[in-house]
Design a protein around this ligand. Sequence first.
Ligand code: ZN
Length: 226
Amino acid sequence: MDPARPHHSPEQSPASLHLPRPTRRAMLRGGAGLALAMGASAASLLTSGPTAHAQPRGGRRPRGVDYPKAEWIPADASNYTAADRPSEYPVEFVVIHVTQETYKDTVAIFQNPAKDVSSHYLVRSADGHVAQLVREKDVAWHAGNWDYNTRSIGIEHEGWIDEPDKWFTDEMYAASAALTANICDDHAIPKDREHIIGHNEVPGADHTDPGPHWDWDRYIKLVKSS
Ligand SMILES: [Zn+2]
């Protein structure tokens, strides 16, 4: 519709939060480097400037959020693409991520205009607190695949994929499942593994999150019963 709208190929998609399989420190350096490397081309294509936020989904949500229990902590407007979903793009998937960062550092990354990365939601490990950083109508840059970014909601979970006992808490699973159930209900997304996918399952993704220790059976059961 908008001639200024970017048409990224997957290769041109803005970076997602974390890179494949590196250590934490390497990931921080590599993520920043990739974001910087991709930032110039992405930024030159993307519409910039402040985002005009429409009313929340259905006009009934408090504090500008789409999910009533979420805290609104907006990402920098240069880290996502303002859009008008679902009329502009259908919303068909929920993409599950693990941050490989702390909650606090993830918020800082999404609010840093140099990073070119964001997700709609971030769930805190210790207590399941949910932050919303990008409106669901907008396209967050989380999947590393422009087509999937346009058609999905991204949820980041605080923690590291190789430390599930430390980070994948009951509180985080429950809070995330309730969030995903709400998203599925509002967008008529089936509550199954065809539509609730890991970042590692995005076509072309070279990311491994949420990793082999993410308990999908438990998660989908929780989503269905939320
Ligand atoms: Zn991811």
